[in-house]
Design a protein around this ligand. Structure first.
Ligand code: SF4
Ligand code: SF4
Length: 105
């Protein structure tokens, strides 16, 4: 499923010429449209979640494919310095959080 962009939260990386989500997308799918992030080809997105993880405004949400969870199930990563927190909401709104270390000190 393609990324879902919260237009209220997205600040266009403060008018950077190439916002972070655009820089990191391996398929070169993300861009800016009217100052907000935009996925130019939803069908080419392969759910790598790189754009979701790197967004400093937490403005990108990953919609889970129906094989994993029906709408409105979602998975939201939040990058920390040494870990990543995943918030998983199921179709009933039940939320669980998991913290995964991303760096060994
Ligand atoms: S990285 Fe986040 S804030 Fe920056 S343009 Fe993309 S969605 Fe918007
Ligand atoms: S999930 Fe991956 S492939 Fe899809 S738009 Fe984001 S960075 Fe690109």
């Amino acid at each position: 499923m393609p990324p879902k962009i919260n237009l209220q939260k997205c600040d266009g990386c403060r008018a950077e010429k190439e916002p972070l989500c655009e820089q990191i997308c391996p398929g070169n799918l993300m861009t800016l449209k009217d100052g907000k992030a935009f996925c130019r080809s939803n069908r080419d997105c392969w759910d790598c979640m790189s754009c979701t993880k790197i967004c400093p405004q937490a403005a990108i949400e990953t919609r889970l494919p129906y094989q994993l969870g029906y709408y409105p199930a979602k998975l939201i990563p939040r990058m920390g310095t040494n870990s990543m927190m995943w918030t998983c909401s199921d179709i009933n709104g039940k939320t669980e959080r998991f913290v995964v270390k991303t760096r060994n000190s």
